[in-house]
Ligand binder design. Sequence first.
Ligand code: ADP
Length: 407
Amino acid sequence: MSVNPRNSQQSSLMQEPEQQATESTQTKIPRLDQKKHWWRSTRAGYAFAFPIVALGIGLNLLRAYLLPHLYFPTAFLLIAILCISLGWGVGPGLLAILLSCAALIYFYLAPFLHLSFLDFDAGLFFHILPFAIESLAVVFIIRQLKKTRQRELEITRTARDQAEHLADVNEQLKEANQLKDFFLSIASHELKTPITTIRGEAQLALRRLNKLGASLPEATAFRGVLTRVDEQTIRLTNLVNDLLHLSSLRSQKLELDIQPCNLNEICTRAVEEQCLLSKRPINLMLPSPAIQLQADPARLGQVMTNLTNNALKYSPVESEVGVEVRREQDVAHIEVRDAGQGIPPEQMASIFQPFFRTEEARASTVSGTGLGLAICKEIIDQHHGRIWCESTVGQGSTFFVELPLIP
Ligand code: ADP
C-alpha cells in the first residue's frame, strides 16, 4: 500500500531553522537613572517663570512701540506660558498665568479702564477671564501631551529592558548549549577507546572459545554472553559515533565539503544499499535529466540512508517503501514514504529533537538512538534546506526534504 500525502488527512510539522540573537533596540531613550539638571527642576521652573513672563511683556511693549497699529497684547504672554508649561510642567505654568494676568491688568486694562492697579473692579475680572481660560487650556493640553509622552517613554523603556534581558538570556543559553556540546564531544571521545577495547576483548574471547570447541562444558553459555557483549558494544559504538557526529555538526567543527554533485546518484546509492541490507524492495522514482546541485554528497547520502532506513525499520516487512526525487522550480524535492505505524500528532513536534523516540518505537523491539533525525535536520539546515514530516497513524509517514538548487 502506498501513501499519498496530498489525499489523506495528515498531521504535519515544518521544522524551521531556530531563530536566535535578539537584538536590543537602537532607539535613544532617556534612562531612568539619568541625572536631572538643576535647571530642569520644578523649583527652577517657578524662578524662571518671572523673567520669561517679563520677557513676554517686554516683547509686547516693543511690539506696541514699533507696530502700534497691530493690537494683540496676549500673544507673547501665551507663548511665554506655553514655553514654561512645556519646560517645567503645570505648577510653573499656573504661576506664569497669574503673572501674565497681573501684567495684563497693570499694563493694559487698568490704564484702559482708568483704574488704579489695586482698585478691584468686577469688570477687570471679566476682561481677563478669556485670556485666563485660554492659558489654562494651553497648560492642560501640554500636561496631557507630556503625560502621553511619558507613558510612551516608559513603554519603550520597558520594551528595551526586556529585549536586553532576552538578549542576555539568549547569550547564556548559547553558552550553556556550547558547553553541553563540548561536554558531549569530550565524553563521546573518551568513551570510544574503552568501548573499542571491550569489543576487541570480547571478540578475542569468542575466537578462543570457538577454537576450544565444545570441549568446555559451559562453552555455549559463555558464547551467548560474549555475543551479547559484542552486540551491545556495537550499539554503544553507534551511539557514541552519532553523539560525536551531532556535536561536531552543531559546533560547526565538521565543515561541509560542498561540491557539484548528482542527487540522482546519491539517492540511488543509499537506496540500493538499504535494499541489500534489508532484503526489501524500495520503489525509487528519479527525475530525468538528473538533478545537479552544490552540496556535500557524503552528508546528503547520510540523510537519505537514515530516512530510508527509518522507513524500513518502522513499517511492516511486506509493506511498500518509496523514494521520490523531483525538481520543483528552484528546489530539489525528496520524499521518503512508508506505510508503517505512523507518528501520533502530539509526538510529531519532537521527532527532530536529539534522543527522542516515539512511545511506539520505545515499546517495540526496533533499536535506535533517537539521534538520526536530529543529525539529518542539522545537515539539511547547514545546506539551507528544509526537512519535515507528515504522518497519519496507522497509514504511514512521509519525510520531505527540500534543497535549494544553486544555478
Ligand atoms: P532512531 O534511531 O530511534 O530511529 P531517529 O532520530 O532516526 O532515531 O528517529 C526518531 C524517532 O522518530 C524514532 O525513534 C521513531 O519513533 C520516529 N520515526 C522516525 N522515522 C519514522 C517513520 N518512518 N515512521 C514512524 N516513526 C518514525
